[in-house]
Design a binder for this molecule. Structure first.
Ligand SMILES: *Cc1c(COP(=O)(O)O)cnc(C)c1O
Length: 379
């Protein structure tokens, strides 16, 4: 594969490689083709809408967890629009219903509150309920939908089989960056509790968190599980990954602005952990940089920090073969998902430009940001 010439990209910028995105989409489509299941893009994880014309050739539609995501999916993706939210506000539900064809409620009260409106529409919107399967293997509470006292999904104790009138689907989401063996174990718990109600449903949504495009993911087991559930209960399986669609398809290009010393070598970059890759602080995790090593693995180790005044705006410690100097380019990998969607302008720091890459056209800048974007968020 032809190497990207990073000097073509503005700094800082996100660069998504269309070749890699296409590879992920092809794998996801093969799962759809081999099972008849539907795969949706969860916009929460990846909403770079300049890629939607490509993604819509492969996926069934999108899923949204807010009114704006639903509208973006409706206007820019243009296939099925699903929605789930912990609660829908009365002043938003009418607009929501213009965009969606599936809507998932988080409680029987929400179902009762909005059901009449859904059923009075002159189009069919399929109603689902999100349940909490009561079992997950996510180790970070911030990302565990089944954590103690979770507000996400109806716990089995509150499930009311006598109130399922008009409900066509069941939804659960209990995974994060996991393989199919975790799904298999969740299904054991899910079926034990909710299996008997699945026979009367049209669809079952396994949520997101399936790391399908990761190298060691067990696609064959996923296909087996989908086929078994579809055959046992005569339902359609829906998956709604976000991360798996954009996994390992994008980069964040940054530049060293200065190097200083305080007990160790420090480098200040024209990007920011908190503004441009907040998951490095929240998850937390250590992004890779092309050509770098772990601290002290290579000759020159630096602590890389962002350009805000937040003391903790630190990306991590990295080592390099050569000393860093102002003007050097650093390229962070796997920066397409849960980055662009999470950026903000804290401290007045501008957002990275958004770029696409393909071999014919090279790096194309699709969006740059400026002072107006910062000012318009405030008043
Ligand atoms: C976040 C989320 C997803 C997508 O999860 P990924 O980890 O990005 O695959 C899907 N469904 C729901 C309900 C979510 O909250």
């Amino acid at each position: 594969m032809k190497q990207i010439d990073w000097k073509q990209a503005p700094s800082p910028s996100f660069v998504v490689d269309e070749r890699l995105l296409k590879r992920n989409l092809e794998l996801l489509k093969s799962v759809q083709d081999r099972t008849g299941c539907d795969i949706l893009l969860a916009l929460k994880g990846f909403s770079m809408w300049s890629t939607f014309p490509m993604a819509r050739d492969y996926l069934k539609g999108i899923t949204s967890s807010s009114l704006f995501e639903a509208r973006l999916g409706y206007e820019e993706f243009g296939k099925e629009v699903h929605a789930y939210a912990p609660a829908y506000a009365d002043h938003e539900i009418d607009e929501y219903l213009k965009y969606v064809d599936h809507i998932v409620f988080n409680s029987f009260d929400q179902l009762a509150r909005h059901k009449e409106k859904v059923q009075a529409l002159d189009k069919h919107v399929s109603i689902g309920l999100r349940v909490n399967p009561g079992y997950s293997e996510v180790e970070t509470p911030l990302y565990d939908p089944c954590y103690t006292n979770s507000r996400l999904g109806i716990p089995f104790e509150s499930f009311k089989p006598e109130e399922l009138d008009g409900v066509e689907g069941i939804h659960f989401h209990a995974m994060c960056e996991q393989n199919a063996d975790v799904l298999e174990r969740i299904l054991v718990h899910f079926e034990e509790k909710y299996g008997e109600y699945l026979h009367q449903m049209k669809w079952i949504n396994f949520g997101g968190g399936h790391h399908i495009t990761r190298e060691d993911y067990d696609v064959e087991l996923l296909i087996k599980l989908i086929n078994r559930i579809q055959e046992t209960y005569d339902v359609k399986v829906i998956l709604e990954p976000g991360e798996a669609i954009a996994l390992n398809t994008g980069y964040l290009v940054a530049t060293v602005l200065d190097t200083i010393k305080n007990g160790m070598d420090l480098a200040i970059l024209d990007t920011s952990a908190t503004c441009h890759m907040p998951d490095t602080l929240e998850m937390p995790y250590r992004p890779m940089i092309i050509g770098s090593g772990m601290p002290n693995e290579k000759k020159y180790t630096y602590r890389l920090g962002g350009m805000t005044c937040l003391a903790g705006d630190v990306i991590g410690d990295y080592s390099f073969d050569e000393p860093l100097k102002a003007g050097d380019r650093l390229v962070f990998t796997d920066m397409a998902h849960y980055t662009m969607v999470k950026t903000h302008m804290f401290n007045g720091v501008n957002l990275p430009s958004i770029c696409l890459y393909n071999e014919e056209e090279g790096v194309k800048v699709v969006r740059t940001f400026g002072y107006e974007d910062y000012r318009n968020r405030l008043s």
